[in-house]
Design a binder for this molecule. Sequence first.
Ligand code: AMP
Length: 397
Amino acid sequence: MKTVEHYNFQHKKALIRVDFNVPLNENFEVTDTSRIVAAKPTIIKVLEDGGSAVLMSHLGRPKGQKNPDLSLKHICETVSDIIGVQVKFAEDCVGPAATDAVASLKDGEVLLLENLRFHGAETEGSEEFAEQLSRLGDIYVNDAFGTAHRAHASTTIVARFFPNHKCFGYLLAQEIKAIDKVMQTGQKPVLAILGGAKVSSKITIIENILDKVDHLIIGGGMTYTFIKAQGGQVGGSICEEDKTDLALEILEKAKDKGVQVHLPVDVVAADDFNNQANTQIVDVDKIPEGWQGLDAGPRTLEQFGKVILGSRTILWNGPVGVFEMDNFSKGTIAVGNHVAAATKEGAFSLVGGGDSVAAVKQFGFGDKVSYVSTGGGAMLESLEGKTLPGIAAILHA
Ligand code: AMP
């Protein structure tokens, strides 16, 4: 796997695809800088080698139209502060504005190009547009995991114009290594904790992951489709009636493959879907009519805890309860605590894909797990076993 480590960037211009799709407030100030901070090591490596960096990114969804609200100019000062170099700005990502700015860029300098998605050609994956981008650097570096599952001009197609001069940035390389650790090279026992709302949105992940793990914890809203399939009473809990056969098939397959599946045994049931609802702890398969399971119960959490602490490699995707509501967040917090404890004992833990990342950040587990992925959709597609086009474009000629 070629990374920026394999290159000396002295007197070279690195064309770096970063993910600066950051949230802005009404005054166009960056409210969460983590994506910029995450891109810093790659940019610094290029500058310390004595090269210059041309940064390209999208921001929001301008859908091919120039939209001043989504200009990357708004983030220029923040990027400058984080990198420690005054970043220059080009009013367009292709054409004279870009080529002129690149031509006058000196070693040690950084140029940020205007929003790629002001051109519809970016998301269309236009080869002509990619060729124009390719003129802006000597070496192409992809450091944007969040868009690696898109075959866009700047994430995938542009790599064709750098057959021998393309590589991963540190961030993207780290993401690939973290996924590999779980899916290929992780120490056993390997555990996947899958939560979230629906079986239907996780089915491809479950099927793919059964070949990789020793233990599978199923939690959250998905639980009830499995419980119903086994003849349990789930009351008014979220349940996909049309997926019960599929749930039984999954359990059967898991058994064939020697994967131990752990489902909740008790739940916090509520008489309404809101934080003020009345609650009671009930067995997962005896939820009364008019009640719905919204979080994992205490016995469940104890059992999950044992499995988590006994694992050496852990993937966590999806909350085990409605963590957005205080009264139903305890299960997800407990799982986070167990994953943190296992990590402290030497396990490798990866949190990735969608709401579990939000939960981990919200409850402060970010630095207590081994790795928190930066890409929602890209992580989910990786877990589904798909080869991401942005990654394939660097790996293959
Ligand atoms: P996902 O995006 O598939 O990971 O789903 C995350 C969502 O699942 C979160 O918004 C949770 O509130 C929701 N969720 C978790 N457990 C339950 C449950 N028991 N009932 C309804 N929604 C749930």
